[in-house]
Write a protein that binds this ligand. Sequence first.
Ligand SMILES: [Zn+2]
Length: 151
Amino acid sequence: MSKAWSRVGCQATIVRMDHSPASTCAHRSKLIGCEGLVVAVLRNGGAALLRLDNNEYDLPHGVRRWVVAWDDLELHKPVGASKPPAYVVGFSKKRRVLKYHAVAPGTKVAICSAPVKPLPFCGWSLAFSPTTPRACSECLALLTEGTVPAP
Ligand SMILES: [Zn+2]
């Protein structure tokens, strides 16, 4: 098994079109900038078969799979390696009202920008989840909207 095979399952972006087969290069203007998944290794490890994330109707001839040279690709982390952002629980107390917030690990500010403290009994080790009792509604809303940048 060649080393190239370890790249199957990686997400990649087509960043240039200098080394790919002519059939791919012919559509360079449409394909550069596209992202996709490496689904196979071709040409004795010299090129990737990339399944693009785009809709078929956005792509030349409605084709989603393209042979792209490795040198024309920028590889991302394998799918599954990038976990969804995990937040820990921090608390705030305002007029005796206790609230639990979602906090990016390593910070002391909740994602709703409230200053928070670590939990007295377990510090920063508890993961924030929507089922957390007394969870801050702002933090929950931000998380469900998915507008929070990954920590
Ligand atoms: Zn909050």
